[in-house]
Ligand binder design. Structure first.
Ligand code: KG4
Ligand code: ZN
Length: 341
């Protein structure tokens, strides 16, 4: 069984071919970072145009690396949402056309569920129940999975996503886009205890996240202390801000563990590439006595391998592929809640 996954939800055009359970034959990711860098963030119109330009090349390259042609693809899987609708529609329309022409089934998947699936790409045996933290540029959400493919959303950010907060502060400091990886690298040489940031917490007892307070506190430091690349404590500031986000994520996770009593933890999404977060998450999980799983960095940021893997899992589980032409894109959460049981 050969599965072709297509991902175009934000600013990465990606195609991946999987062979059954789970040999990754190819995973081509074409980033648009250079296109959006001058604007310090993703420009939706430019993103969809670039997907249009890249998609056939990326799919051809995915097939070439897998040494397969389209006639040998048995199942198509594509990201339906959440994401930028213009971008999603490029992948969706392409996938529909291919599935229709080649008379093969097509499955639409949810981007956040695909991020969680990325943990299963390299490890099949993850003990359930699982608590999964999806930390990306567009989302910061916690899911409880009693069993495989059973997603219960237990908390999400009420304002900025963690990656978005990193990207915005990096933009403000003129560090380029995306800011997360730049801060990750620079923060290595800084002292994370130099600047203090309060821990955000929800007064209503919910497990939601909030990062706008940390972002505002960071902006206040920047303005009051005139922090810039030349400031003597520049690296300390970045390390402290990065650590404040990590602390907020882990504090929320600790609350969620108390309520859900999982056996394993998953950390995934683009920000899960962050070295300090990975280290802290590992120590945290060990202290909690829980199994923990993090995808390799290449599978944390958007990629189509996780898309293909999720679609295949759903197909095996008996999900009926939709009539290819009925599939539509969705921009945000409500559909996700509908998708989960
Ligand atoms: O999952 P992803 O590729 O796209 C979304 O679904 O949003 O995540 C992109 C986010 C960006 O905010 C980027 O700055 C962040 O992941 N990111 C990182 C690192 N690599 C990517 N954040 C911190 N440290 C990194 N090494
Ligand atoms: Zn993502």
């Amino acid at each position: 069984m050969n599965i072709l996954g297509i991902e175009t939800s934000c600013d990465e055009t990606s195609a991946s071919v999987l062979k059954g359970d789970f040999e990754i034959l190819s995973n081509v990711v074409l980033s648009q970072d250079e296109i959006h860098a001058p604007y310090g963030g993703v420009v939706p119109e430019l993103a969809s145009r670039q997907h249009l330009t890249s998609i056939s090349y990326v799919i051809e390259e995915g097939l070439r690396r897998a040494s397969l042609d389209l006639e040998q693809i048995d199942l198509y899987v594509v990201t339906q949402g959440p994401g930028l609708v213009g971008s999603l529609l490029v992948g969706l329309s392409f996938a529909k056309a291919l599935a229709y022409y080649h008379e093969r089934p097509l499955i639409g998947i949810d981007h956040l569920q695909a991020h969680i699936e990325s943990a299963f790409l390299e490890t099949r045996e993850i003990p359930f129940p699982v608590l999964a933290l999806v930390v990306s540029g567009g989302h910061t959400s916690a899911f409880f999975l009693k069993k495989r493919m059973d997603y219960q959303l237990i908390g999400k950010t009420r304002d900025d996503a963690a990656g978005e907060a990193l990207d915005k502060i990096a933009k403000f400091l003129d560090l380029g886009y995306p800011g997360g990886p730049v801060i990750d690298k620079l923060a290595e040489k800084g002292n994370p205890k130099e600047f203090t940031f309060g821990l955000p917490h929800m007064t209503d007892g919910s497990l939601d996240f909030s990062f706008s307070g940390l972002k505002t506190a960071a902006l206040k430091y920047i303005r009051e202390l005139k922090i810039s690349k030349n400031h003597p404590k520049f690296l300390d500031f970045l390390a402290s801000f990065e650590m404040s986000i990590i602390r907020a994520l882990l504090a929320n996770l600790a609350q969620a563990i108390k309520r859900c009593k999982p056996k394993s933890l998953i950390l995934c999404g683009g920000v899960a590439r962050n070295k300090k977060l990975r280290q802290r998450f590992k120590i945290f999980a060990q202290e909690q006595g829980l199994s923990f799983f993090m995808p390799s960095p290449e599978f944390c940021t958007d990629n189509a391998a996780m898309v293909a893997a999720l679609g295949w899992e759903m197909f095996k589980g008996g999900k009926k592929p939709l009539l290819a032409l009925d599939l539509n894109a969705y921009p945000r959460f409500p559909s996700l809640q509908k998708l989960s049981k």
